[in-house]
Ligand binder design. Structure first.
Ligand code: PPE
Length: 305
């Protein structure tokens, strides 16, 4: 359940949590035409810091452009709003959820595109896949729901309505007793999990599906690619046929909510020796140091609240 925080930012105003409401005939509620972001603020020795905030706001604007939505605020205004909201809500660490949607006024499939409204909320959000998955690795099953394609619902844009695809996969996986779903493209190549990117490790080298295979260009994915290469590891972005996952030495998921979660098995095939693989552990330990402000080499990725 959500832990309320004192204020939500709505169109430039700070609104008490319980008053942050929209009309039931808000078209984005009915048709899914909206874009959003998932960002995290982390506790550091010098207070809360937001991880790669600028990149997240830039992706929000990219998503909005795909959906013909002009955000009524500049990147700088949104960055300031996020930092102020984290500060006044008083959390050392929290999850941050900006959303741009189409406000009340007209109904119908072709929405009123100039009615763009925005809100930003924060709340404490712990382990996305649960402590057990973090410690022992998550169990994935390949979903029988195909990942959105560039020809249907563009995976490049983080649109609200796009997530029924992820939700169908995730709910199916949970009901089958798994932690999450692995989604494939129309050609049977690996895309990503329901709300996180996937990396494989084989002979010490990392492989991850390309954006052209219908993945969200994840910011955690980008961070892991950069950190891995800085560690001297080989990282390749290429199409991965489904069965190649079964023969990986290690695999892990990356996402803002998920962070870095080891994969213990896919379709009941255990990966490597099970548990947290050495490369996964090395990258997860480094990631935790970086977001905790304990690694000067990536200070550029942290914005102090
Ligand atoms: C489909 C998908 N793929 C990859 C990622 C990882 O991207 P990034 O966070 O930039 O590293 C996310 C983030 N999923 C967000 C929403 C989760 C949710 O709504 O639940 C998140 O992790 O915040 C996705 O939703």
């Amino acid at each position: 359940p959500l832990t309320p925080t004192p204020f939500i930012w709505m169109d430039g105003e700070l609104v008490p949590w319980d008053d942050a409401k929209v009309h039931v005939l808000t078209p984005s509620l009915h048709y899914g035409w909206g874009v959003y972001e998932g960002i995290r603020a982390y506790a550091t020795d010098s207070g809360p810091a937001v991880f790669r905030l600028r990149e997240h706001i830039a992706r929000l604007r990219d998503s909005a452009r795909v959906y013909l939505m002009e955000l009524p605020w500049t990147d700088e205004e949104l960055i300031s709003a996020v930092l102020e909201l984290v500060r006044i809500n008083g959390h050392e660490s929290c999850y941050i959820r900006p959303i741009a949607y189409l406000g009340y006024g007209e109904m119908g499939v072709a929405p009123q595109l100039d009615a763009v409204k925005m809100s930003i909320a924060v709340w404490p959000w712990g382990s996305y896949l649960g402590d057990k998955a973090e410690a022992e690795g998550c169990r994935l099953i390949v979903s029988n729901w195909q990942r959105n394609s560039h020809q249907t619902v563009p995976p490049l844009a983080k649109a609200t309505g796009a997530y029924v695809n992820s939700a169908l996969a995730k709910v199916g996986a949970l009901r089958a007793g798994y932690d999450d779903a692995l989604m494939l493209t129309a050609t049977g190549h690996v895309a990503e999990a329901s709300a996180a990117n996937l990396f494989l490790v084989r002979d010490g080298a990392l492989v991850t599906p390309p954006v052209s295979d219908g993945v969200l260009p994840g910011i955690t994915r980008d961070s892991v690619i950069t950190m891995a290469r800085d560690l001297g590891l080989q990282v390749t972005e290429r199409s991965i046929p489904r069965s190649e996952v079964y023969i990986a030495d290690e695999a892990f998921l990356t996402g803002t909510a998920a962070e870095i979660v080891p994969v213990a098995s896919v379709d009941e095939r255990p990966l490597g020796a099970g548990g947290v693989g050495p490369v996964t552990k090395q990258l997860r330990d480094l990631f935790r140091d970086v977001v905790g402000g304990r690694h000067d080499g990536y200070a550029r990725w942290l914005e102090r609240a």
